[in-house]
Each structure stands twice: as C-alpha cells, then as structure tokens.
Design a protein around this ligand. Structure first.
Ligand SMILES: Cc1cc2nc3c(=O)[nH]c(=O)nc-3n(C[C@H](O)[C@H](O)[C@H](O)COP(=O)(O)O)c2cc1C
Length: 257
C-alpha cells in the first residue's frame, strides 16, 4: 500500500452531506482508497499538543462525520462533552487535585472494567512494551515513580490539547453499546486525522468519573466511557515519535473455505 505523507486534498467534498447511496463513490476509486487508508494507517496517539486553537466549527464538523458510525439497531449511544478554555482547565485542575492526593486517589473506583483484572499473555506483554517504549523515549527509568506519575498525570490535562472531549453512555444500555462507541471513536479519530488534527483516546479519565460528573453536571444515569485530547500534534516532542507495532493479518486470521 502507498501512503501519502501529507493529508490528501479532500477539498470539494462535503463530508457533512455526502452522497450516502450505497453504490456511490464520491471520489475516483483510487484516490478515495488512498485517502481512507492514509487516515487510518497514519493515525497515532498524540501525547503532546501545540497550543494552536481548533475552531469549534471544525470540532462540530468532525463530530458530524463521526455520528455516521454504525451502531446496533441504530441506537447511537454516544454523548459528547466538548471542553475548551476555562471549562477544560477547571476539569483538569479538579482531577489533578484528586490524582495528587494519594488517599483520595486510592478511594476511586472505575465505572466499568476497561482492562481485565488479571492480565495474561500476549496482552500483558504488549501492554508492557508500549509502556516501556513510551517511558524509554521520555528517559523515564523503571522505578522512577515520581516521573511516571507526572507523565501519567499529563492525561488529565489532555496532554495540553486545546480541546478535551469526554464521552458518556447511558447506564440503561448494555456491553454492545461500548462496541458501538468504539466505532464512533475510531470514526472521530480518522475524521480528525483527515483534517490534519491529532487525537489521543484516554481511558485514564474513567477512574475520575465522580469528579467529572460533578464538574460537568452529568446525570447519574450516564457513565463516563473515556476522554480524548484533540488538536495539533507538536512535532518537536519526543513522545509523538512513538510508533506502536501491530501483529500481521496472518497472526489473527483463520481463513475457512
Ligand atoms: C479506548 C482507548 C483508551 C486509551 N487510553 C489511553 C490513555 O488513557 N492514555 C494514553 O496515553 N493512551 C491511551 N490509549 C492509547 C493507546 O495506548 C494506543 O492506542 C496504543 O498504544 C496504540 O498506539 P497508537 O494509538 O499510537 O496506534 C487508549 C487507546 C484506546 C483505544
């Protein structure tokens, strides 16, 4: 596959109002395929953003694309809180205050288990690798708990992204809605990528759901799914050079004929 190093020129298309008829291909097939593949394959988690603001209209346009994600029975379980400016700063400060208070942080409970309680191979190995690769790039030694805590704490400032997103789902729904949510989040990240914007999905926020509920007046009927930083990646920052590995198609696919 050839991946262009620059975002493809999608001007002239209107992502908010595409021709959604099943047979229609809005661009010539090859550029369309390249554009879609490029946006998916070149997306990375961005952990250092520039202060360059992002227009609210652009955030809206990205959400306007992402809302077309598939969901079981078209339930569309996503609910999004867009935080900018002082609202974002207030939430970050409230979470950081709890995160930096060992007793308060120990009392936190997740609204749902994103990760298993007991890790097994190969998942635990992949988890460790990405963690040590990131800390290695940042020069954080194993056992340097203070620097690890500080780096982890950058999550709660959305890695300095100008836009912070908090995603919630109704507690009346079931596990399948989290599957739907994944479709929505990936669509959002790919749409952002196609506009030259970076993202970092952040489950780190879920532990602080009580703080988030209070700060954003989220009703108890909703559950925090995760957060996300959105903005322009800082190309000078070493953490943004992290490239994670993927297993080959053969390693996870069984063909039956
Ligand atoms: C739902 C979800 C939650 C995540 N939560 C965090 C997080 O809290 N903090 C973080 O730094 N990265 C987080 N990540 C990013 C993953 O570490 C990253 O996607 C993975 O290492 C693959 O790297 P890539 O996104 O650069 O391809 C999350 C990813 C997903 C999909």
């Amino acid at each position: 596959m050839t991946c262009s190093p620059l975002p493809p020129d999608l001007s002239g298309t209107s992502p908010s109002h595409p021709d959604r008829s099943p047979g229609a291909v809005p661009l010539a097939a090859r550029p369309l395929r390249q554009a879609v593949d490029w946006a998916i394959v070149s997306r990375r988690s961005v952990r250092a953003f520039l202060p360059t603001p992002v227009d609210l209209a652009e955030v809206h346009a990205i959400l306007d694309v992402a809302r077309h994600a598939a969901s079981g029975m078209n339930t569309q379980p996503w609910r999004v809180h867009v935080l900018m400016g002082s609202a974002k700063e207030r939430l970050s400060a409230a979470i950081a205050a709890v995160d930096n208070d060992a007793d308060a942080a120990a009392a936190l409970a997740e609204p749902y288990h994103y990760y298993p309680l007991e890790w097994v191979s190969p998942y635990v190995d992949r988890r460790r690798k990405v963690g040590w690769d990131l800390y290695g790039l940042l020069g954080i030694a194993r056992g340097d708990k203070a620097r690890m805590h500080a780096q982890h704490g950058r999550n709660y400032h959305f890695f300095d992204a100008p836009v912070g997103l908090i995603f919630t789902v109704s507690r009346a729904l079931a596990a399948g809605s989290l599957l739907d949510y994944g479709m929505f989040l990936q669509s959002l990240m790919v749409a952002a990528r196609a506009r030259g914007l970076g993202t970092c999905p952040q489950v780190a926020f879920t532990r602080f759901h009580a703080v988030i509920h209070a700060e954003l007046c989220i009703p108890a009927t909703e559950m925090v799914v995760c957060g996300m930083g959105l903005g322009h990646a800082d190309p000078a920052r070493i953490e943004n050079t992290l490239v994670t590995e993927r297993e080959s198609v053969e390693s996870f696919t069984t063909y039956h004929a």
